[in-house]
Design a protein around this ligand. Structure first.
Ligand SMILES: [Zn+2]
Length: 148
């Protein structure tokens, strides 16, 4: 398979790079069709363990959200401290298949977020590796300008 140049991710197994951009990668139970994100090795619905990697797409609808206003507890590891932490949005995005994905949001302004709005997958700088290389994480951004 041809390997595309792409940024280093804190969560490489969660994102698949395709010719049209990144897509979330989950898994699907071959027995009962249940979807998982992050990908699971066994199915909690039917107790099966025959799961396959399953692309979840790159766009969905904002299902619920909040603003993370303080530094999250471990294992969150952005390198930030209480002094330089910047609040960010976090929410659930409902993908076309119906699965709800928890994600960081690029927007931290309550006035710019609305349940049901279209959201698009993107990559955001998350922290800097010891060698100076920036590490990215997946996030969702509003897919359309907010209504005036
Ligand atoms: Zn199953």
């Amino acid at each position: 398979m041809h390997s595309l140049e792409h940024p280093k991710l804190a969560c490489g197994h969660l994102v698949q790079f395709r010719s049209d951009g990144p897509s979330l990668l989950g898994s699907r139970c071959r027995r009962c069709d249940e979807l998982y994100f992050p990908a699971a090795r066994s199915c909690t619905r039917c107790s099966g363990n025959d799961l396959e990697a399953w692309p979840l797409g790159s766009e969905g609808l904002l299902w619920s959200w909040t603003i993370q206003g303080y530094l999250p507890k471990a294992p969150y590891d952005s390198g930030e401290t209480d002094a330089d932490f910047t609040p960010y949005g976090v929410g659930y995005v409902e993908m076309p298949s119906g699965i709800k994905v928890e994600s960081r949001l690029t927007v931290a302004d309550p006035a710019a977020l609305r349940i049901g709005m279209r959201m698009a997958l993107t990559l955001e700088p998350y922290r800097v590796a010891p060698d100076g290389e920036p590490i990215f994480t997946y996030a969702f951004a509003p897919a359309l300008p907010a209504a005036a």
